[in-house]
Design a protein around this ligand. Structure first.
Ligand code: MN
Ligand code: MN
Length: 466
């Protein structure tokens, strides 16, 4: 055997394609950058467990980077760095480029900042059998049984009768109390465990324990409920009726943590889709570009991108039109020339559940951010199917900038699928393709990603907007 490759092997290497593990092919310097970048991301995750908090964290980061608030009607000029807040729940951060807007269009990075969780109902509070509970209605696609017997935090806002808005965030500081949803002990769980997994915990059983101390007054009927109401009134000035105009969510109280002896992975609540939102944000805040670049961080993706803060709302289109008007450009021409990466997570191939994946077209962990030419379910239904021309263009950009990335679908052809915000941008006549980080245990209270894929996503965005 000689060290020289055989002619056939050399030919095979020249012609064939295989995914690469980004940790393996990164330089020492790049690997250091990956781990350093992950620290900023983990801090963002801990600050941003709801869309409101993610919006506020993004604004704080934008202001620290010299971005100022934009309001409809403001003048704009090349070099301007601005952000636009939509109702405190979604935010668009943008930089005006020097390149001709009508000729070159905008470069758009779109991600979402809402995540599956348990929303508190409008008439939630009750006492029973020594405990006080809040009733919930889950938000987004969850496996309900995963949300029991874990520490939960309460986040959100209450609008009091007089119009005052009070922010609530309990359960994140180690000194805070946390909240809890009970599950049945195995000793009595034989019948429960014989049931279907989707039914072993029902929606109406997802009631959050918030108290257990009776109010010291013999004459009161619901003493524990009164203790909780008394605390809520003293701390937040709220009465029971104020739950009617509240948006409170129970989310896992865990902070983001490194996973593995080698610290190569990050476990956290809400990677979907903050693992794409954070790179989009940081790329626009600090990346180089001659183009006008936007990071759209939208709300409500998990329930269909509806409402005034979801991607289907006209506000994003209106904002883009405002930017064009302020720069004296035709929005119609600009959007035709614009390009977008719709950035949402995809399912990483999970060897413990191999049967639902088609290995060749699955996102492999640590092989970089994943492009999905199409998403959808049951025959690409509901998908923005990006053109080969546009995919080719993005691919060339990534190659020029040395981005390690991969292409995949979410699971087997008939196994499932999913939707993203891509089609709503494409509907505006903007070339769009999906690109996002592979996630293990997506939509679980604690999800897993690779630091290599997080950094690859950031590098891909930098290349795309350049
Ligand atoms: Mn998502
Ligand atoms: Mn999701």
């Amino acid at each position: 055997m000689s060290d020289k490759k055989s002619k056939g092997q050399a030919r095979m290497d020249a012609l064939s394609y295989e995914k690469k593990n980004y940790f393996e092919c990164a330089s020492k310097k790049e690997r250091k950058e990956m781990f350093a970048y992950a620290e900023g991301y983990k801090a963002f995750l801990d600050a941003a467990k709801t869309e409101r908090e993610a919006c506020a964290a993004a604004v704080a980061m934008a202001e620290a980077a010299g971005f100022a608030e934009f309001r409809f009607g403001d003048a704009l000029a090349a070099g301007d760095k601005r952000y636009f807040v939509n109702r405190g729940k979604s935010v668009v951060v943008f930089r005006v480029g020097s390149e001709d807007l009508e000729a070159h269009g905008m470069r758009i990075l779109a991600a979402h900042i809402d995540a599956p969780r348990l929303d508190i109902k409008q008439n939630p509070l009750y006492e029973e059998a020594g405990l006080c509970f809040l009733k919930t209605h889950y938000y987004g696609g969850i496996k309900k049984y995963q949300w029991t017997a874990i520490p939960l935090a309460l986040h959100g806002a209450v609008v009091l009768q007089d119009g005052t808005k009070v922010d609530i965030r309990v359960g994140e500081d180690p000194k805070d109390p946390v909240f809890y949803i009970d599950d049945l002990l195995p000793h009595l769980g034989a019948e429960q465990m014989a049931g279907k997994a989707g039914k072993i915990i029902e929606g109406e059983q997802l009631n959050v324990v918030v108290g257990g101390l009776p109010y010291p007054d013999e004459d009161v009927n619901k003493k524990i409920k009164l203790t909780v109401l008394d605390i809520l009134h003293k701390k937040y000035g709220m009465n029971e009726e104020d739950f009617l105009s509240a948006e409170l969510s129970a989310v896992p109280a865990y902070p983001a943590r490194d996973v593995g002896f080698d610290r190569s992975l990050i476990g956290a609540y809400g990677h979907d889709d903050r693992v794409c939102a954070y790179p989009a944000l940081t790329a626009v805040l600090g990346g180089e570009s001659k183009h006008t670049v936007l990071a759209i961080l939208a709300d409500k993706e998990e329930i269909g991108s509806e409402g005034t803060t979801g991607m289907q709302c006209k506000v994003y289109e209106d904002l883009m039109e405002e930017i064009c008007t302020a720069l004296g450009a035709s929005f119609r021409k600009v959007r035709f020339a614009s390009k977008c990466l719709s950035s949402d997570v995809t399912a990483a191939y999970d060897p413990n559940f191999a049967s639902v994946y088609e290995r060749m077209n699955s996102a492999m962990l640590s092989c970089g951010t994943c492009m999905s030419k199409f998403t959808g379910a049951r025959g690409k239904s509901g998908s923005n199917d990006a053109s080969a021309e546009f995919v080719g263009e993005v691919r060339r950009k990534f190659a020029e900038e040395g981005v390690v990335w991969q292409a995949a679908e979410l699971g087997k052809v008939d196994a499932g699928g999913g939707g993203t915000v891509a089609k709503f941008l494409a509907n505006l006549n903007i070339d769009t393709v999906d690109l996002g980080v592979p996630v293990i245990s997506m939509h679980a209270p604690w999800e897993l990603v690779s630091k290599a894929d997080l950094y690859s996503n950031y590098r891909a965005f930098l290349a795309f907007i350049k």
